[in-house]
Design a protein around this ligand. Structure first.
Ligand code: HAM
Length: 401
């Protein structure tokens, strides 16, 4: 037996129905905010991700050489690919550009509940505006996608890397390792690295809940963003301890959690970043976020959410010798937009009815020779058990009733 690679998953029909349902929901919200879908390859040049994604991501990247010796990688995220695409194709377009995407990502992580080696992200990138209302609308979009998916408990935290970095400079404790430890919330290690005096100041700093208490210049812009967030009706929390795991972030950053998910509770992460100049493009404001699709599903399941009623097919059974007539019926139903299945096992009528019962099918059409001569079929309602003859021309109306 060959099993699937560690950290990957197969999806059953039931799971795929839920996933497609959630995908439609999320896509609908992006579209309503005027975002347009784009797609990029699953593999990229490794260099795209080593440019500025940070140590963490590089360690986690699935990298390999192709047959010509090119260094390639399975994408660990989609922001760098989208920026590559932007620099290649869209620099001249009218701003702002609003792109969204849905795709699989790969990270060589330690798998656990909510953390996989192959997972899916729904995300977007806003290119061309760094106005406070643009950032507020972006956060509002992320929040509304999660809420409209049906989640009741989500917490939005907004931070600022310029403020955090300035503070760390002021206590002489700014380096990549410290940023990584802040992102991992490894306070024990942080205390060791910073020294207890500095760590105390740090604790005080990240305990600030009101932006008015911050005196750095960037606090003014944060206040404007918060003001617009209130206008959009989005509940938020100031969290100056957000460090983000990727190195390309600058300025305002945010995360959204589902507190009930436990260790892997972060559903969404994003913020302002700087990648375009590194990729050879002209300087432009960029911000975005990505929602962990798999974690959002887990959070919905924990909350006992409804995933929308599934449409059951009409099942067409037939008596011996009536196979072509059954095909005519199933073909007609499908042409009329009705989800229909016919018996493909050459079962008897009673066996077909057993099968329909097991599958939770509600309506069965029985094609029988006597009725066929009168241009009629039998339709059976599996819930009530009621069975009647109807004209072929009336089937659609009957099914919709
Ligand atoms: P990220 O925070 O690395 O950001 O990932 C975004 C989300 O993807 C996380 O909040 C989490 O829900 C989900 N996620 C990450 N790793 C895994 C995993 N191993 N298994 C399951 N879900 C996972 C980014 O990737 C940025 N590109 C977001 C962004 C877009 N920033 C600006 N634009």
């Amino acid at each position: 037996m060959i099993s699937k690679p560690r950290g990957t998953r197969d999806f059953t029909p039931e799971e795929m129905k839920k996933r497609r349902w959630l995908e439609r929901k999320m896509r609908g919200v992006f579209e309503r905010y005027g975002y347009e879908e784009i797609a990029t390859p699953t593999i990229e040049h490794l260099e795209l991700f080593t440019l500025k994604s940070g140590e963490g991501i590089i360690e986690e990247t699935y990298a390999f050489e192709d047959k010509a010796g090119r260094k390639l990688a399975l994408r660990p995220e989609l922001t760098a690919p989208v920026m590559r695409f932007y620099v290649e194709r869209f620099q001249m377009e009218a701003k702002p550009l609003k792109f969204y995407y849905f795709g699989n990502c790969f990270r060589y992580d330690r798998p656990q509940k909510g953390r996989y080696r192959e997972f899916w992200q729904f995300g977007c990138e806003l290119i061309g505006s760094d106005k406070p209302e643009a950032i507020a609308e972006l956060i509002s979009l992320a929040y509304n996608i999660l809420r409209e998916s049906g989640l009741r408990n989500v917490i939005v935290r907004v931070g600022n890397l310029d403020i955090l970095r300035k503070f760390l400079d002021s206590i002489g404790a700014r380096d990549a390792e410290i940023m990584r430890l802040i992102d991992k919330k490894d306070f024990e290690e942080l205390q060791k690295r910073m020294g207890s005096e500095e760590f105390k100041k740090f604790e005080e700093f990240i305990g600030v809940k009101n932006i008015d208490e911050i005196e750095y210049e960037e606090a003014e812009r944060m206040k404007e963003v918060f003001d617009f967030l209130e206008e959009f009706g989005i509940p938020y929390n100031l969290d100056l301890s957000i460090a983000r795991g990727l190195d390309y972030y600058i300025g305002i950053v945010f995360e959204i959690d589902a507190p009930r998910l436990g260790a892997e509770k972060q559903l969404c992460g994003g913020g302002e970043y700087n990648l375009v100049p590194l990729l050879g493009g002209r300087k432009v404001a960029t911000a975005g976020f990505a929602i962990g699709f798999d974690r959002t599903l887990l959070a919905l399941e924990i909350e006992g959410a409804e995933f929308g009623e599934e449409e059951k097919p009409v099942y067409v059974a037939y008596m011996e010798g009536m196979i072509k007539e059954a095909i005519k019926i199933v073909k007609m139903l499908r042409q009329q937009g009705i989800k229909a299945e016919m018996d493909l096992m050459r079962r008897s009528i009673s066996k077909s009815l057993d099968y329909a019962n097991k599958k939770g099918i509600e309506k069965v059409i029985i094609v029988a020779p006597d009725e066929w001569k009168e241009n009629m079929v039998i339709i059976k309602d599996m819930k009530s058990g009621e069975q009647k003859k109807i004209a072929i021309g009336e089937i659609t109306k009957e099914i919709h009733s």
